[in-house]
Design a binder for this molecule. Structure first.
Ligand SMILES: [Zn+2]
Length: 142
């Protein structure tokens, strides 16, 4: 599979290598280094829980509570509410990586991915933790 929006896997890999994931997420989330120094923990920015269920290890993150997991570009799409192409541009600028010129025809892909990111963000916002499905239909009583 080729990368969406025409960015080469090498380019994305270089961005990830230059830009520690904890430095991006650390702007919004207070992170603490784990005992072995190989991972970071903090409160999950996705579901907003109070316990530090969110963990960053290497070039990926995962929340043990809500299960959200991904990498640089997905996090940036979510945090900045932008499409994949825009997220990569932001990350590339920060990492000091030059992006190749984008042909205009890639817009559709970016738009579709942006839409998916928005839907996911909305879905996550709509379910703060696991709430029980009670009091749905209380009417027939009495
Ligand atoms: Zn979470």
């Amino acid at each position: 599979m080729s990368a969406p929006s025409g960015f080469s896997p090498d380019l994305l890999a270089e961005i990830r290598a230059r830009l520690p994931l904890e430095s991006i997420i650390g702007r919004r989330v207070t992170l603490k280094r784990s005992g072995d120094g190989r991972s970071w923990r903090g409160k999950c920015p996705f579901h907003g829980g109070r316990s530090p269920s969110f963990s960053i290890r290497g070039q990926g993150f995962r929340c043990f509570s809500c299960g959200e997991h991904d990498d640089h570009s997905s996090y940036t799409m979510w945090s900045e509410r932008v499409g994949f192409a825009a997220a990569v541009q932001l990350l590339a600028a920060e990492a000091g990586v030059d992006l190749p010129k984008q042909p205009g025809q890639q817009q559709d892909d970016a738009e579709e991915i942006a839409q998916q990111a928005r839907e996911r963000a909305e879905r996550l916002a709509a379910q703060p933790g696991k709430s029980e499905g009670r009091d749905v239909e209380q009417e027939g009583l009495g």
